[in-house]
Design a protein around this ligand. Structure first.
Ligand SMILES: [Zn+2]
Length: 94
């Protein structure tokens, strides 16, 4: 049996299959965080599970800065949230 890689959602701490999670990645140079659509971007990443609650929690800049050791701005995280929501909506439609 093939082992499926599991990752933990940084918000709710639930373990899920890697491919079912959303990856966000730290951009150390620009002190920001972005949504990694491909799941392959370089940099330190973190996973969230895609529930509404966990996506909303990305607006908690203090938490994100702690986890990723970065100094991201509130607006940046709002953008990440919007990107993820848009992406999930498209996924559902396709
Ligand atoms: Zn979660």
């Amino acid at each position: 049996m093939k082992k499926t890689p599991l990752r933990t959602c940084i918000v709710c701490r639930e373990k899920k299959e890697k491919r079912k999670l959303i990856r966000i990645v730290r951009d150390k140079e620009n002190q920001t965080v972005f949504f990694d659509k491909t799941g392959k971007a370089n940099g330190r990443g973190a996973y969230i599970c895609g529930s509404d609650k966990c996506i909303e929690a990305l607006g908690n800049v203090k938490m994100i800065n702690n986890i990723l050791n970065v100094n991201v701005k509130k607006e940046d995280m709002e953008n990440v949230k919007e990107d993820i929501k848009k992406y999930l909506k498209e996924e559902v439609l396709n």
